[in-house]
Each structure stands twice: as structure tokens, then as C-alpha cells.
Write a protein that binds this ligand. Structure first.
Ligand code: THU
Length: 133
């Protein structure tokens, strides 16, 4: 599906302002473009009990589901952070992306310089555990 990748990156970059990261001071953000043209944004939300932190990717994906959407409503997802090269989602987020997004969904990994790596969701978690296993 053709979509405006620059607009998607713009939304992810804008969502960094929503990051609550007083401990790491590392702002991560995500934006999900829906087929209805809307965007769902997420940012990392940290906690004084560090392990309770929720990553930007999972924040956006939990919003997707809790707002009534499914993987079939999604065009693409973008993740961004101020990293030297395009940010790479952590393993926990990859599991949740594997669960809540389609395997072929384009994932755009970016940074502040708008450098980008575009992968398929299934590329991020090869040989993943599947329900049918
Ligand atoms: N973080 C994310 O938001 N996404 C990732 O994929 C990796 C890490 C956040 C969690 C924490 O707030 C900060 O980055 C430092 O680990």
C-alpha cells in the first residue's frame, strides 16, 4: 500500500515530545498510520521502579488495541529516537509487534536525522513462537 512515509516520520518525531523519560533521558517515540488516515502515537513512559517502564512501541500498540483497532487497520509503523543510526526495537517490543501487527506490515526505523531502515515486521523476530506451534 502506498503511503506518505515523510508524514509518518513527522508524526513519530513529534511524539517524542510525549516521552516521559526522567531517568534515562532517552526519548523514544512511535507512530502507527491507520488505513482510515489517522495516526496513533506512543512514547516511552518510565517509572521510578525502573522495570515498570513501557517502551514507545508498546505504548502505541496498546493504544491501537484499546482504541478498538486491529492489525488489519494498520498501514505502517514508525519508531524513532536520537540514535546515531535508525533505532532498533528491543526484544520485548518485537514480541508485541509480532503479536499485534501483520507479518508484512512495513516498519520504519528512524532517528532525528530522518535516516531510515525499512523492514517487514516479520524481519524483526525471525522464527518467532506462533500460536499454531
Ligand atoms: N525504549 C523504548 O522506548 N523502546 C525500545 O525499543 C528500547 C528502549 C526506552 C525504554 C526506556 O525508557 C529507554 O528507552 C531506555 O532504555
Amino acid at each position: 500500500m502506498i503511503f506518505d512515509i515523510e508524514a509518518l516520520i513527522d508524526h513519530a518525531l513529534a511524539a517524542k515530545a510525549l516521552s516521559y523519560s526522567p531517568y534515562s533521558k532517552f526519548k523514544v517515540a512511535a507512530a502507527i498510520l491507520l488505513k482510515n488516515g489517522k495516526y496513533i502515537m506512543g512514547a516511552n513512559i518510565e517509572n521510578k521502579s525502573y522495570s515498570l517502564t513501557v517502551c514507545a512501541e508498546r505504548c502505541a500498540l496498546f493504544k491501537l488495541v484499546s482504541e478498538g483497532y486491529t492489525k488489519d487497520d494498520v498501514v505502517a509503523m514508525c519508531v524513532t529516537a536520537n540514535t546515531d543510526s535508525p533505532v532498533s526495537p528491543c526484544g520485548a517490543c518485537r514480541e508485541v509487534m509480532d503479536e499485534l501487527l501483520n507479518p508484512d506490515t512495513p516498519i520504519i526505523l528512524t532517528n532525528n536525522k530522518r535516516e531510515r531502515m525499512i523492514v517487514k515486521n516479520s524481519d524483526l523476530l525471525p522464527l518467532s513462537f506462533k500460536l499454531e506451534n
